[in-house]
Design a protein around this ligand. Structure first.
Ligand code: XIL
Length: 348
């Protein structure tokens, strides 16, 4: 292989990968240095890992990723400052240790809201100040839209929402903006951003934020997609919708699963995946990157949610839905770090 993936797309966007600190040496590291010019932490920068107890910040693992990015001249995305998942319980407990969401007294609820927003501010301020000079893109809020939410706006009814309404979103962006580098970009990140009704829910929220002057720079499209879903048209329309608001787009967690959803009869082991599957997947990657390239002035980075097929969160899902046995193969490098047909599809 005498081409570099990120060089191939240098005129359009950065090419990134999600990493665990353990991937910063050995074969993953070699591929990262060669083919990628941007990285993001798969887990270690999430609230549960960065501030597991109130006031106790643990930066060790996160620092390793920051250092690797710096040493190799790579962009760094920060994932994430606010999420409903992988967030420690203490955020949502009042001073007596009771769950804030259970509070019924209006006065006490008001106090709880203040306390939670204060905690949020402290969390964001501490992190953003520390990594200000290292991070170029921040996932400020993650997955705040829920297409199954009982409210008509599709706002996810997480504890964040139940305790603060949408104020947590605004406070998060404002605080991040206050401490981030001037040229850093702030994103709202979500999955299924291509498909209705989620796309419109997200659009309406983002439009409102923009109109209210909330400092938001762009939309992160996770893009946990499949070979046959969503359609190229849906993907294109979604990028154009948000660009129409004057915002940037980033593809933040790309993986192309071999399987539909549901049901998901998965191949039991990697060796049992037929070559024809990789050909089908290559075709999808080919069309996808042609589209991304065409929309290149509206997309500033494309990040895969991993490096090679030996490490992907989709394996956990394949197992979960197939009685504990099953593998997926979503990337352009196989489980032994060789290039797949999908790699050549997006190079040529
Ligand atoms: C996933 C990680 O890949 C897993 O290792 C972890 O167990 C759970 O989280 N959307 C996101 C990511 O925004 O943070 C998730 O990452 C995948 C879905």
């Amino acid at each position: 292989v005498d081409v570099e993936l990120h060089e191939r797309y240098a005129d359009s966007f950065d090419i990134g990968a999600a990493v665990e600190p353990s991937m910063l040496e050995g074969k993953d590291a070699a591929i990262l240095k060669r083919h990628f010019n941007s990285i993001v932490a798969e887990n270690v920068m999430k609230p549960i890992n960065i501030q597991p107890e109130e006031g106790k910040f643990t930066f060790e693992e996160a620092d390793k990723i920051v250092k690797f990015a710096k040493e190799n001249g790579m962009e760094l995305r920060f994932h994430n400052l606010v999420w409903h998942s992988q967030v420690p319980e203490w955020f949502f407990l009042d001073k007596e240790g009771n769950k804030m969401v259970d509070e019924t007294d209006p006065k006490q609820r008001e106090k709880n809201k203040k306390l939670l927003l204060k905690r949020l501010e402290t969390h964001i301020k501490t992190i953003v100040k520390r990594y200000k000079n290292d991070v170029s893109s921040w996932d400020v809020v993650n997955e705040v839209i829920d297409e199954y939410a009982p409210n008509k706006e599709g706002l996810r009814e997480s504890p964040w929402y139940q305790i603060t309404g949408t104020d947590y979103i605004k406070v998060a962006f404002e605080t991040a903006n206050r401490f981030a580098a001037k040229d850093a970009k702030l994103y709202i990140n979500d999955y299924n951003t291509e498909v209705e009704p989620k796309r419109t829910h997200l659009y309406n929220l983002v439009k409102e934020l923009v109109e209210e002057g909330v400092p938001i720079d762009g939309v992160g499209h996770q893009a946990h997609i499949q070979i046959g879903w969503p359609s190229l048209k849906e993907i294109e329309d979604s990028i154009n919708m948000f660009a129409g608001l004057g915002l940037d787009n980033q593809i933040t967690e790309l993986d192309v699963s071999l399987y539909g959803w549901p049901p998901r009869p998965a191949y039991p082991s990697y060796d049992e995946i037929p070559a024809s599957e990789f050909e089908r997947q290559a075709e999808r990657y080919d069309q996808l990157f042609q589209l991304y390239e065409k929309l290149g002035d509206k997309i500033s980075s494309v990040t895969f949610w991993g490096v090679a097929d030996n490490h992907t969160w989709l394996n956990d899902r394949a197992e979960e839905y197939n009685d504990g046995v099953g593998v997926d193969a979503p990337f352009v490098f196989d489980n032994e770090y060789n290039v797949k047909p999908a790699f050549w599809a997006i190079i040529d």
